[in-house]
Each structure stands twice: as structure tokens, then as C-alpha cells.
Ligand binder design. Structure first.
Ligand SMILES: O=C(CO)COP(=O)(O)O
Length: 242
């Protein structure tokens, strides 16, 4: 399948910086061996959606599980679709940690995203303590089982919590093992659709390690944090996806 390189900008950038970054990514997007997705903070989505000639897909970093209602400060999936997003990251470990999102909450959000016509990018991944205890595969299997609804259609991102923003990554063998586990779970539950589901790797992905990671079986792209804030690095990662 054609690789997907997604940038999670997290809570970074003024409007001006966001537009400049998106323009630089767009300018380098032609001819790459991967599709590109950028996920800026909510407030920058309208400006980026309006960019002329845009070929880079746009996503948000979260949505609420309800279609509307008394939820101060929250944003619905339909609102995101309305302003031009096509994707939404859900269940990122920073949301799970900072906002107490459980697998059940993530599943409710995935359902809301699907109902609104957004492609969910569902994040799973073990903590360092869980990895050291030999529980990484079990944790990921459980997160998939409980975060995905029966009618799931979307993208999975494997992001070991301890690799995010740390400059540390699992070994290639460990990445391949977890991605194989994820593929097994998806195929067991969703059949052929599970075979065609993108499984992204995320966690300290950089131009220097992208080629080796993206060459692994069942690694269908990347979810990039810090390096997605530098257009040249983000594009170099995408170029390594051939
Ligand atoms: O959390 C991530 C993407 O969602 C990964 O972040 P880093 O690439 O900064 O480690």
C-alpha cells in the first residue's frame, strides 16, 4: 500500500508559523513516494484548509465523542469535518495521560469520527514499565480490542510512550514484532479490511532512522511529532518511504 507520513504538530505554532510550515510542506509534496497528512492545532485548520492547490491532507488531534452539547471547550467531529479536516488523531498517549482518556472514551470518539466522515488515526502503545515487564504486545492487543468499534475503518499508529520525544526508539525487531501483532489483531477482527489498514510507527522518527523503520514489514508509514515541525525533516522522512 502507498505509505502515509503524518505530522502531529501538537500544541505548536502561531497562525503565521503554521501557514509557513504548511506551505513549505506543500511545496515539497510533489513526487514523494508517500501521501502526506498534517495535523495542526484546531485553530489553524481553517487557514490551512483554504490553501490554494493543497494536496496535503489535513487532520485534527482530538475530537469529542458527542455530536454536540454542553461540553465547554470541546470540539465535535462534525465541526472538524465542516472546517476542512478529513482525519483526526484519537487516543494519543498524551491525551490518554493528560486528559484521562480510557480505551472506552477513545472508542466513543472513534465512533463519533466515523459518523462524521472523518478517518480516525487511533494511537496505541506501551509505557516503558509495561515494556520492561514484557507486556508490550498484550497492552497493544488490549488497546486495539477496546479502542476500536466493530465497524472500524481507519488508521492505526503504534507509538511506544517511552519513545515519544525522547530520541529513543525500539529496535527494528521490536517494531516489526509489534506491527505484526497489530496486523494479526486487525485481520482476526476485520478480515481483508485489516490487511489493508495502514499501521504507522511513531516515536522519535527522524530523517536518520526513517528509512530503516519504514522498510520493516507492516510499517505502512509514520506519525511524526517533533520532526514534523521542520518541513525539510518531515519531507525527508516521506522521501525515505520508497
Ligand atoms: O507523539 C508523536 C506523534 O504523535 C511522536 O512524537 P516525536 O516524533 O516528537 O517523538
Amino acid at each position: 500500500m502507498r505509505p502515509l507520513i503524518a505530522g502531529n504538530w501538537k500544541m505548536h505554532g502561531t497562525l503565521r508559523e503554521a501557514v509557513a510550515l504548511a506551505e513549505a510542506v506543500q511545496a515539497g509534496a510533489a513526487g514523494l513516494p508517500a501521501d502526506l497528512l498534517i495535523c495542526p492545532p484546531f485553530v489553524h485548520i481553517p487557514a490551512l484548509a483554504a490553501m490554494a492547490g493543497r494536496t496535503v491532507a489535513l487532520g485534527a488531534q482530538d475530537c469529542h465523542a458527542a455530536a454536540k452539547g454542553a461540553h465547554t471547550g470541546d470540539t465535535s467531529a462534525a465541526m472538524l469535518r465542516d472546517i476542512g479536516a478529513t482525519h483526526v488523531i484519537l487516543g494519543h498517549s498524551e491525551r490518554r495521560a493528560d486528559h484521562g482518556e480510557t480505551d472506552a472514551v477513545v472508542q466513543a470518539k472513534v465512533k463519533a469520527a466515523l459518523a462524521a466522515g472523518l478517518v480516525p488515526v487511533v494511537c496505541v502503545g506501551e509505557t516503558e514499565a509495561q515494556r520492561l515487564a514484557g507486556e508490550a504486545e498484550a497492552v497493544v492487543r488490549r488497546q486495539l480490542a477496546e479502542s476500536l468499534p466493530d465497524d472500524f475503518a481507519g488508521i492505526i499508529a503504534y507509538e511506544p510512550v517511552w519513545a515519544i520525544g525522547t530520541g529513543r526508539t525500539p529496535t527494528e525487531a521490536d517494531i516489526a514484532a509489534i506491527h505484526a501483532t497489530i496486523r494479526d489483531s486487525l485481520v482476526a477482527r476485520f478480515g481483508a479490511a485489516g490487511q489493508g489498514t495502514h499501521i504507522l510507527y511513531g516515536g522519535s522518527m527522524k530523517p536518520g532512522n526513517a528509512k530503516a523503520i519504514l522498510a520493516l514489514a507492516n510499517v505502512d508509514g509514520g506519525l511524526v511529532g517533533g520532526a514534523s515541525l521542520v518541513a525539510a525533516d518531515f519531507l525527508a522522512i516521506a522521501a525515505a518511504a520508497e
